[in-house]
Design a protein around this ligand. Structure first.
Ligand code: F6R
Length: 639
């Protein structure tokens, strides 16, 4: 189950790092290590002193530990734990408190004695915090120090809440949180940045480094840059996780997505012998061209030899041959005919010419991903006469601001009054919603009415986009997948109903093309669940006759783009088409001008989409291909 690339040490890497297929497998290995430590300490009649983290990363580790407790008799009676941090100020029973997090995610489900776990106290008056912190460290010291410290990592490299600038010898203390840390936490605070505390109490770097063993977890693409810096860069206070290079027994456990910026993944030929079959050549040559800022067709034998690619050169003889081959591969990915060009030779095109009119389903996890991520392609498919359906997988109702919901309910009441429609029910809904929203607490779930209203606001916007692009409204399918409808950022796991809904739609349309969001960097994981549901559905229907003529294309969401070497279809856009797409995105008014789940990127969705599509076009151009205004990119998923 472990990735095979574990011959340590690995060139350029200054912290042992293990890469796993996914967080679940990775978490299992961490849980196994922790369990072994707890058991060996218990056998020796000793306590096991653990340093624990909160956040999304360790959840799967805690879940596995709970399973081991239930099914394998793992006891926590000898465990004493110290959490890394707590927001300040923070009441222990608030939904965002780390106290509550730990109880819900671990302590309430295992047999750890109540007096054995410690979490910094977010309720103290400020003048008592310094003493509290000293005492916190003293307690750890009196127990002989931390046997094991579990860490996550912030997008800015923080460990605990030791933000960039923290010194290697820093002690447990009250810390001002970085803007990026607060922005990343907005989701837990109803999407409102001002509600995120400005401070936190955190265990200091020196205490973390004094642990006998430190394991840091990182999942997802958004951690990839900071992981590579920590593992391969120099030790710097700008990235506090890099201090772990000085620890004799630290380990980074990452999933494939968080490993993408490591040299062994990004430029493996610089690290070890590689298999030069197909995709690796394209990856190496595009990377060489971009790093030397030289178009592919101008790369020379010397360029290959000087940059760790002599091996590749030796196999193929001349740079010239390799250059032409990779250039042609890239050229063949570009098409203005995403549904295939009728009556054209399609041997070097990304899509089939036949049938010339295709049925297409665009799956859109949220009600705006279709237009944001592939609006140009959507428009072309429609303009070129294909039968295009859009399947909106979730209602997106948690991402609508409260006052927006109230405005729409108010509209209905006014509208009724104006046109003499007597609707006391509408007025009751309005009054109830008004009262509910005025008194709504930060952590409170929306009432069902309010959620429904928020959902129809987004549905209306999606329909407006469909009209704008030119598909009949019956071709917009609102799937309302049940996993999403928890009313909170936390979603239920994907279930049978979720998959069946997708199976039913595929059966009904019998598509020649399916487009799906292959985006793993979505901040709250909805895209990933939506994709898993599509894969599960396709698995169930793939043996059907019509599926042998169906191709699945993956696009990326608003957060990241495919690597240039991965792209199998690139659909160019003219300046006018870029503008047209922008207007399509504008139909999503509830997502404009400061959205509920902004994340740490302050750009609006249309800006992100344009910059990304322009970035892709620029890369093609830098590689020596034609200069386009913008491009949308796709990878084909073979099933
Ligand atoms: C949490 C903590 C933080 C998180 C980090 C990553 O106790 O100390 O350093 O580990 O912010 O958070 P996630 O795992 O949510 O990405």
């Amino acid at each position: 189950m472990e990735n095979l690339q574990v011959k340590e040490p690995i060139a350029y890497e200054k912290i042992p790092t293990r890469i796993y297929q996914d967080p679940k497998q990775a978490s299992k290995s961490v849980a196994v290590e922790i369990a072994a430590l707890i058991r060996s300490k218990a056998k020796a009649g000793q306590n096991c002193v653990l340093g624990l983290a909160t956040g999304s990363s360790p959840k799967t580790v805690y879940a596995e530990l709970i399973r081991m407790h239930r099914e394998e008799g793992l006891s926590f009676k000898n465990v004493i734990s110290f959490n890394l941090d707590e927001y300040y100020p923070m009441e222990p029973d608030a939904v965002q408190s780390y106290w509550r997090f730990m109880k819900e995610q671990l302590f309430d489900h295992v047999d750890i004695p109540k007096e054995n776990y410690f979490i910094p106290d977010g309720t103290l008056p400020q003048e008592l915090v310094a003493d509290f912190c000293k005492e916190y460290e003293r307690k750890i010291d009196n127990l002989g120090g931390l046997d094991f410290q579990l860490l996550g990592i912030g997008g800015n490299g923080h460990i605990g809440f030791n933000e960039p600038g923290s010194l290697i010898n820093s002690k447990t203390r009250l810390m001002m949180l970085d803007h990026s840390t607060r922005a990343a936490a907005t989701m837990d605070f109803g999407g409102e940045l001002p509600k995120v505390p400005k401070k936190a109490i955190t265990m200091g770097v020196s205490k973390i480094l004094s642990a006998k063993r430190v394991v840091l977890l990182a999942w997802g693409e958004r951690k990839a840059g900071v992981i590579a810096e920590a593992v391969e860069g120099s030790v710097t206070e700008h990235n506090p996780s890099s201090y772990l290079q000085t620890h004799p027994n630290a380990l980074f456990i990452v999933d494939n997505a968080a490993a993408t910026e490591l040299k062994r993944v990004k430029t493996p030929w610089l690290v070890e012998d590689v298999d030069w079959s197909g995709p690796m050549v394209k990856k190496a040559v595009t990377s060489l061209s971009l790093s030397l800022q030289k178009p592919i067709l101008k790369l020379t034998n010397k360029d290959y030899n000087d940059n760790g690619l002599s091996d590749l050169l030796a196999r193929h003889g001349q740079a010239y041959e390799i250059n032409i081959d990779v250039f042609n591969q890239l050229q063949h990915t570009i098409t203005g005919w995403p549904g295939g060009k009728p009556n054209a030779d399609d041997s070097n095109r990304p899509e089939r010419a036949q049938p010339d009119k295709k049925r297409c389903i665009i799956f859109s996890p949220h009600p705006d991903d279709d237009i944001i991520s592939m609006g140009g392609t959507f428009q072309r498919l429609v303009d070129q006469g294909h039968e295009v359906h859009v399947a909106y997988q979730t209602s997106g109702n948690i991402a609508v601001a409260d006052d927006e919901a109230l405005r729409f309910i108010d509209f209905v009441v006014d509208y009724n009054q104006q046109f003499g429609i007597s609707s006391p029910q509408a007025e009751v809904i309005f009054e109830n919603a008004k009262k509910f929203l005025q008194n709504k607490k930060d952590s409170e779930l929306d009432s069902e009415d309010v959620r429904y209203v928020k959902g129809i606001i987004r549905r209306g916007e999606a329909k407006a986009t469909c009209r704008f692009v030119g598909i009949p409204v019956e071709n917009a399918h609102f799937l309302n997948m049940p996993f999403y409808e928890t009313g909170t950022v936390q979603k239920a796991p994907i279930g049978e109903r979720d998959v069946q809904i997708i199976v039913d739609l595929i059966e009904e349309i019998k598509p020649h093309q399916i487009y799906a969001a292959g985006d793993l960097a979505d901040p709250h994981g909805t895209h990933k669940v939506c994709l898993d549901a599509i894969f599960a559905a396709v698995e169930r229907v793939k043996h059907k006759d019509y599926m042998s003529d169906c191709w699945l294309w993956l696009y990326r969401g608003a957060w990241a783009e495919w690597g240039i070497h991965e792209i199998e279809m690139a659909v160019p856009m003219s300046p006018d088409q870029v503008l047209q797409k922008r207007f399509g995105i504008f139909k999503h008014q509830s997502q404009k001008d400061g959205v509920v789940f902004q994340g740490s990127d302050s750009r609006e969705f249309w800006q992100r989409a344009e910059e990304r599509n322009q970035g892709t076009a620029e890369l093609y151009n830098k590689l020596g291909l034609a200069e386009y205004e913008a491009m949308e990119a796709f990878v084909r998923w073979k099933f």
